[in-house]
Design a binder for this molecule. Structure first.
Ligand code: NAP
Length: 247
């Protein structure tokens, strides 16, 4: 599985799953356009690690929730790299709370980044991929889109929306050789799950047949597979990578 000569855009690449995904795709041979919503030291170290692999690297600050910024991200990818072959919609946020306490702002903010952000980048990249007659779009949903989760109505709604968006885009774009898939991670060790109290983590671990949280590499390697030619006949699918949490 090689990505030699391909260009990948990875949103939310400053840390966690997105960072490891950018590295994995670079190890497989792709040049990388990384994104997050603000400048950070994490991006500088990512740039040097990717350049040390002999790959080209560009970073674009853009809030994917804003259409104009999503456009800037894809436009920059094209102007700096000349093409885009792979789009990984990984940027995501949580603003948890039980329904009784969840504010409208917290609901809207999570939908805007997690769901509208995916629509925005797909909308901007679609004409480019259609012209190219090839492309791989990989969207990060979540196991909780399938299960629901108390305290995450906004997040689960956004991630369930991604599944509908993924399947619709797969149906629209398939005839032009473009695949669109989603990955539904279970609980993965990142800053997003670090904030969970230990008691909550232990409760979840007891429900996971493999008995532990996953690692960012578990997800990054699945992205690498879906981005490669090995997955050319897979589209419209939701690939669960969850240690068996939801069967
Ligand atoms: P994370 O460590 O919190 O990283 C999130 C990334 O998204 C960061 O790079 C963040 O950078 C970026 N980001 C946030 N808002 C953004 C915006 N508006 N525009 C552009 N970038 C933005 O999260 P993670 O755990 O790696 O999760 C990555 C993805 O996997 C998310 O979509 C998450 O919902 C999903 N997921 C995670 C788990 C898990 O257990 N960790 C499970 C299921 C699904 P800045 O804040 O600097 O912008």
């Amino acid at each position: 599985m090689t990505l030699e000569g391909k260009v990948a855009v990875v949103t939310g690449a400053s840390r966690g799953i997105g960072r490891e995904t950018a590295l994995e795709l670079a190890r497989m041979g792709a040049d990388i356009v990384a994104n997050s919503s603000r400048e950070s030291e994490d991006i500088k170290s990512l740039a040097s690690e990717i350049e040390a692999l002999g790959r080209k690297f560009t970073y674009v600050v853009a809030n994917v929730a804003v259409m104009e910024e999503a456009k800037k991200l894809i436009d920059t990818a094209i102007s700096e790299m000349g093409r885009v072959d792979i789009l990984v919609n990984n940027a995501g946020i949580t603003k948890d709370g039980l329904l009784l306490k969840m504010t409208e702002d917290d609901f809207d903010a999570v939908i805007d980044v997690n769901l509208k952000g995916v629509f925005n980048t797909i909308k901007v990249i679609t004409p480019i991929l259609l012209k190219q007659r090839s492309g791989k779009i990989i969207n990060m949903t979540s196991v909780v889109a399938l299960m629901g989760n108390a305290g995450q109505a906004n997040y689960c709604a956004s991630k369930a929306g991604i599944i509908g968006l993924t399947k619709s885009a797969a149906r629209e774009l398939g005839s032009r050789g473009i695949t669109v898939n989603a990955i539904a991670p279970g609980f993965i060790n990142t800053q997003m799950t670090d904030v969970l109290p230990d008691a909550v983590k232990d409760t979840y671990k007891k429900q996971i047949p493999l008995g532990r949280f996953g690692e960012v590499s578990d997800i990054a390697k699945t992205v690498g597979f879906l981005a490669s030619d090995a997955a050319n006949y897979i589209t419209g699918q939701v690939i669960s990578v969850n240690g068996g949490l939801y069967l």
